[in-house]
Design a protein around this ligand. Structure first.
Ligand SMILES: *Cc1c(COP(=O)(O)O)cnc(C)c1O
Length: 329
């Protein structure tokens, strides 16, 4: 790994917000040996860890541009909508939501919590058949210069520097541990967290394989996003990054159960209970429980050698919306 590039990159991230973004790693007990978890879930209660990282650079950007209102696009139960809304209110930026649905979403879980922060007059519902047009609709809504649109999952170049703190914090964990991770497992929604990790490791020439569990996108979509953010990354570090260094550093995986985004079944609910009892932490059914389950399978199937790290991105508040499913069996 290139230490001079590492310090160069750290300098580029000097102007992040001051939210805590250091999380610990510890061994997992019910997994094959040399398997660790990174506890990004401990970075925030109301804001999931991977989102908090994106906001480290996104919020300072909004403040520098003197943004007064932010239009957030997402699902009614989105972790990004729920998380970013909180920091916007804190910074006196008005959140306006463009949410998928027709206003009849059950007021449970994340949507219930979001509705505590945002009055219903600031929520615009966009039906599923019009969802592909949501950015156009949001653009039409905007009349002021000081309003900005934040796309689904905060997949925006201004969130990239913050997301890069994840791979950098993994390197800090390795230094503390005195050994390195050969494999790292991350789930992808918008993909930005995984993309930031792949690009950072590629640029640093760090020999860690990034295993990405694609929960929302097809492989081709993920690759095209990766290539777009390759350009943003190159701009950030003011250097080129060859694709051949990128492509050798990741593997894409798809879920083997509850395959479509947001779907949950008994296997996932069992996994949540299993991890709680054996490991002592909560996982959400949309992201983390799927990641832990698939990572266990991949490690066994590929007979992975060396140290593996599974990133727990947080999102446990989502469990609030699954109380009846979790009591029923
Ligand atoms: C948003 C979120 C993800 C997806 O992160 P992306 O950067 O959008 O891929 C994964 N896990 C949790 C818990 C999240 O809240």
């Amino acid at each position: 790994m290139s230490l001079s590039k590492l310090s160069h990159l750290k300098q580029k991230l000097a102007s992040l917000a001051d939210y805590n973004h250091y999380s610990r790693v510890h061994p997992l007990k019910s997994f094959p040996t040399n398997c660790f978890v990174k506890r990004d879930d401990e970075l925030g209660f109301g804001i999931s860890g991977s989102k908090l990282r994106k906001y480290l650079s996104l919020i300072p950007f909004l403040e520098n541009c003197k943004i007064q209102e932010a239009v957030l696009i997402g699902g009614a139960y989105s972790n990004n909508v729920l998380g970013l809304t909180q920091l916007l209110i804190e910074r006196s930026i008005k959140p306006t939501l463009f949410l998928l649905g027709n206003g009849t979403s059950k007021k449970i879980g994340n949507y219930l919590l979001t509705s505590l922060f945002v009055p219903s007059s600031s929520i615009h519902w966009v039906a599923r058949e019009n969802w592909s047009q949501v950015e156009i609709l949001a653009t039409k809504y905007i009349t002021q210069k000081d309003t900005i649109i934040i796309p689904e999952g905060a997949l925006i170049s201004e969130a990239l520097p913050g997301a890069i703190t994840l791979p950098l914090d993994v390197i800090r964990n390795e230094e503390n541990l005195g050994s390195s991770f050969n494999h790292i497992f991350i789930e992808a929604g918008s993909g930005l967290t995984a993309i930031a990790t792949i690009l950072t490791f590629a640029w640093l020439e760090k020999e860690t394989c990034v295993h990405v569990l694609l929960l929302a996108d097809e492989q081709a979509t993920f690759i095209s996003k990766l290539k777009i953010f390759q350009k943003h990354f190159e701009q950030l570090v003011s250097q080129n990054l060859a694709w051949k260094h990128i492509e050798m550093r990741f593997q894409l995986h798809v879920p083997t159960t509850a395959k479509s985004f947001g779907s949950v079944n008994k296997t996932i609910l069992h996994e949540i209970k299993h991890i709680a009892k054996t490991e002592g932490f909560l996982t959400d059914p949309i992201y983390s429980a799927k990641l832990f389950m698939e990572a266990r399978k991949i490690i066994k199937k590929q007979r992975l050698k060396g140290n593996s790290l599974i990133v727990h991105s947080g999102g446990s508040l989502t469990l609030m919306g699954f109380q009846s499913q979790l009591t029923d069996f």
